[in-house]
Design a protein around this ligand. Structure first.
Ligand code: GLU
Length: 576
């Protein structure tokens, strides 16, 4: 054979070989795991998540392990007998999923749930403690659903770290110790009394202190059931029976929660709501979550040059506070469970509407109390104002796995220690107090009134932000009662307008205006600004502002995490 004839064939073979090898390398690079990161309110929880990620688990797998541990080590904040919202980003498919695991009111609940015999609203403490505030828990079934869609490791494996900790014991964190010491009623509650206190030789109750080791075998047993039987391990059988018996036989205000309510509970997948902000796109959950109010605050502020006003100056604080007033006013008028009331979500987020709202801001004086706007004629002024009361607890964590999947999840038992009832080693939530206690105000129905099967309105706002090329940029969320919305909005501004690092953004001094006073964080530089803020007409309330912001941001140098210095959490990251 002549050499010249052989050449083309050889060339084709060599080229083909190079393509195959190159392709293989490219493919491998594409699948190459990257660093993972977890930011949560507890180092135990972050470590549990990391253990799952090291085993090849996904962000959702890790979230399940994190939540199972938080329920144990931060029982005052969140737990498996509570509710949550989970936002998930799947990088490979460029897809966002929004999971609603909010509690529902039992079938026996009526609009008068929190009214006394004379039709007057109960005090918050009266309403919170006992059985009637307990909503049908949503966390476990929501996590099950997310695991069905995004889980990699087997469900039962995800509970191992929490079972180990519940059996071997964990050291009480400063915040838990403080919450026990501060609580006015925990020591009088059955079960909780035996768990969170020990008896001195003379019979006095001594609260668990920071560093004390607590073991929770009842919770380990609950976890084993959930691990073995999936969601049914919680919603049916002994765990469900114990929850129902505890609520129905509560020593204070027994509730109606039944086995049927548990059997009927369904988590919801909702269409995420996203809105542009500057060069970014910010996504969150729709109502009943608080996310759309965060988007409204940003949408109003988009009309002003916050970067030019600079971080935490008198002008930027004033403008952000005014935007918050406007957005909170809309929220207190319109937002509730979308399956029960019609909420004009897209009209409320329309740029033109928000521009009109923005022009209500006066640079030289506060509007004091904002009125709700009229996003559509149909909805305008239809409802009475929801006057919310809630006590901050809750937890937020953010996870990114080695494949670039992100979980941003806020989770809660509502107030500190929820209803204060304990079953299966878990605190039962008091989420129903997130409903308006008054079903009617000034002759108008309140959108967020109690109804059987309805989800109470929430402030929880897990967000994920994308950059101008649509790539994941940052994820964040926080506890803090209805101040959550203000905390999350301001942290996004710090990241997106003021280009702060995640650690600096979460540590920034807090101010929030929920359409009343301008609350500023005590012991921070904002106190020095107070006289000037007063000159702008703001009523100043200086106080502790307990957030728990835990977020992750992508930078050219890699992942960057932030754990709120106000809480006991941390950031764990690992290169592959
Ligand atoms: N239950 C509140 C909500 O869902 C959160 C409570 C808190 O953060 O303390 O809005």
């Amino acid at each position: 054979m002549r050499y010249e004839r052989l050449l083309p064939g050889l060339t084709i073979t060599v080229v083909a070989l190079l393509v195959v090898i190159g392709g293989a390398i490219w493919l491998q690079r594409g699948e190459e795991p990257r660093a993972f990161m977890i930011a949560s309110a507890s180092s135990y929880a972050s470590e549990a998540g990391a253990e799952i990620l090291r085993k090849g688990g996904s962000a959702v797998d890790a979230a399940i392990a994190v939540q199972a541990v938080l329920s144990l080590v931060e029982p005052e904040s969140s737990g498996l007998a509570g509710g949550a919202f989970l936002l998930h980003y799947n990088e490979a498919e460029d897809r966002i999923d929004a999971y609603d695991g909010r509690e529902t009111a039992p079938a026996g609940a009526t609009p008068a749930l929190f009214l006394d015999e004379e039709g007057k609203p109960l005090t918050f403490l009266e309403a919170m403690i006992g059985g009637s505030s307990v909503g049908t828990p949503g966390v476990v079934k929501m996590l099950w659903l997310a695991h069905e869609e995004h889980g990699v490791l087997p469900w039962e494996q995800l509970f191992e770290p929490a079972i180990r900790l519940a059996e071997d014991g964990f050291a009480v964190a400063p915040k838990l110790a403080q919450a026990i010491a501060r609580d006015p009623v925990l020591m009088q509650m059955p079960v909780a009394q035996d768990y969170f206190y020990r008896r001195s030789p003379d019979g006095a109750l001594i609260p668990a202190a920071e560093g004390d080791i607590l073991k929770n075998p009842a919770y380990a047993e609950t976890l084993r059931r959930i691990a073995a039987h999936g969601w049914k391990g919680f919603y049916e059988g002994p765990v469900a029976e114990e929850i129902v018996a505890t609520v129905q036989n509560a020593p204070l205000r027994p509730g109606t929660l039944s086995l049927q309510d548990l059997a009927d509970y369904e988590p919801k997948k909702r269409e995420p709501v996203c809105a542009p902000y500057r060069a970014y796109r910010v996504c969150t959950l729709p109502p009943p979550s608080g996310g759309m109010t965060v988007l409204q605050i940003l949408g109003i502020l988009e009309n002003y040059d916050l970067a030019g006003m600079e971080a935490m100056t008198l002008t930027s604080v004033h403008f952000i506070a005014e935007a918050e007033k406007l957005a909170y006013a809309d929220r207190d008028h319109y937002v509730a469970d979308p399956d029960f009331v019609s909420i004009p979500v897209s009209a409320m987020l329309e740029q033109e509407y928000l521009k009109k709202r923005a022009y209500e801001i006066d640079a030289s004086y506060t509007m004091s109390k904002a009125k709700p706007g009229a996003p559509t004629d149909e909805h305008a002024m239809r409802w009475g104002e929801n006057q919310p009361i809630d006590k901050p607890s809750t937890s937020h964590f953010t996870i990114i796995d080695g494949a670039g999947n992100v979980v941003s999840m806020t989770t809660t038992v509502e107030g500190p220690f929820g209803s204060h009832l304990m079953a299966g080693g878990m605190m039962l939530n008091n989420q129903l107090t997130d409903f308006s206690f008054l079903p009617e105000v000034d002759g108008k129905p309140v959108a967020n009134a109690v109804a059987a099967g309805k989800r109470p309105r929430s402030s929880m706002s897990p967000v994920i932000a994308f950059d101008d090329e649509g790539a994941f940029y940052a994820a964040i969320g926080s506890p803090g009662g209805n101040r959550i919305i203000g905390y999350v909005a301001k942290t996004l501004i710090a990241l997106l307008d003021w280009n702060m690092s995640m650690a600096d953004a979460v540590a920034l001094p807090h101010f929030v205006d929920r359409n009343g006073k301008l609350e500023i964080e005590e012991g921070t530089a904002l106190e020095e600004m107070a006289p000037q803020l007063r000159q702008l007409g703001h009523m100043i309330d200086t106080r502790e502002l307990m957030s728990g912001l835990h977020g992750i941001r992508v930078t050219p140098k890699g992942l960057e995490g932030g754990a709120d210095p106000r809480r006991d959490g941390n950031v764990v990251t690992e290169e592959p």
